[in-house]
Write a protein that binds this ligand. Structure first.
Ligand SMILES: NC(=O)c1ccc[n+]([C@@H]2O[C@H](COP(=O)([O-])OP(=O)(O)OC[C@H]3O[C@@H](n4cnc5c(N)ncnc54)[C@H](OP(=O)(O)O)[C@@H]3O)[C@@H](O)[C@H]2O)c1
Length: 312
């Protein structure tokens, strides 16, 4: 049978990287824009799946956002994510699609999980409250895949990436994650000649960042080779403080002013690094260095976002 891989969320940062990766391997990708198919609409999702008959699905569609977006729109985060993943996973089963890779996030793990976080830490303690709505939806997604495997023998697997960055990231300061937010703030400060840039929190939390092209390679590898009940971590294997992150992004952008830490803003989890030794043992490893990844992302930002960003 001809391969037809549906990348759901193909316009997002992760979905577009996975699409590039699959196409670089000469594989047949199918996609549908959100304006044509809103994944929250169950009947429409099932109709589309029946009509288009993918042979496999990489599920990179989600309502995604940083701390502000999560705390301002908790209902949207839990409803949209539960709805779209339930519709797609159940619809995939009904349409006879036997392979699916669901994308989760490291926020599924307890706030005080032992570091580096192993897959077995799932559901062993309370979540970080700032994004628990999103985390609960993602945990449900993992378990939905497990349920369809258990009851129907489906090869539905879940991959948990750490923080990601790269082309097509979200640079809107209201909804973005820390890396693109810093990149935009430094760039605008450089352009305007501002002397300082405000960074949220104390700068001490440790975070793990992976270039999205490295993740895409891992996800495609999982589609082809990983067929297991348990979800699998996919992280860079090293972490940096938010201060180190800010200093690196500032250096790449060419901002020469000062960093000011706004300690009234929440830090979130003190440290978050995943144990990705299972992925490593299967043969995957990241190839893009931290500094080069940030530099290429900044080049992408300059070409695609910077001309319009100030007005956004
Ligand atoms: N970004 C990270 O740092 C990170 C880290 C760990 C895990 N992940 C995971 O990776 C996955 C993708 O994240 P991302 O960063 O690529 O997010 P993103 O850039 O915001 O992309 C999300 C995609 O989902 C689509 N989408 C959302 N709601 C939809 C709906 N109701 N109907 C149809 N399409 C819908 C969006 O469509 P439009 O483009 O039309 O809006 C977009 O293409 C998520 O599961 C996320 O948890 C991301």
């Amino acid at each position: 049978m001809d391969e037809r891989i549906w990348v759901a969320g193909h316009r997002g940062m992760v979905g577009s990287a996975i699409t590039r990766r699959l196409q670089s391997e000469g594989r047949n990708v199918i996609s549908v824009d959100r304006s044509v198919l809103d994944l929250r609409q169950q009947d429409e999702v099932e109709f589309w799946l029946r009509a288009n008959q993918p042979t496999a699905i990489i599920f990179a569609a989600a309502k995604v956002g940083g701390i502000i977006a999560n705390s301002n729109y908790p209902a949207d985060f839990i409803y949209d994510n539960l709805a779209i993943q339930t519709n797609v996973i159940h619809g995939a089963h009904k349409a006879g699609v036997d392979r699916l890779v669901f994308l989760g996030s490291s926020c599924i793990y307890p706030k005080f999980a032992e570091q580096p976080i192993k897959e077995s830490a799932l559901l062993t303690g309370p979540l970080e409250p700032t994004n628990e709505w999103y985390a609960i939806a993602k945990i449900s997604g993992i378990m939905t895949c497990q349920a369809y495997r258990k009851q129907h023998g489906r090869n539905y697997v879940s991959v948990m990436p750490c923080n990601l960055y790269g082309p097509n990231d979200n640079f809107n300061l209201e909804t973005s994650h820390v890396m693109p937010a810093l990149m935009r703030k430094f760039h605008e400060a450089k352009v305007s000649g501002a002397k300082e840039v405000m960074v949220w929190g104390t700068g001490t939390p440790l975070r793990e960042f992976l270039h999205v092209d490295d993740l895409a390679k891992g996800v495609v590898w999982c589609l082809d080779h990983y067929n297991d009940y348990e979800h699998i971590n996919c992280g860079a294997g090293f972490d940096v403080t938010i201060r180190e992150l800010a200093e690196t992004v500032g250096r790449v952008v060419g901002f020469t002013g000062d960093l000011v830490f706004d300690t009234s803003k929440p830090d979130g989890t003190p440290r978050k690094i995943m144990d990705s030794s299972r992925m490593r043992a299967l043969g995957w490893k990241p190839e893009i260095s931290f500094e080069e990844g940030i530099a290429s992302t900044y080049r992408w930002y300059l070409e695609n976002v910077a001309p319009t960003a100030v007005a956004a």
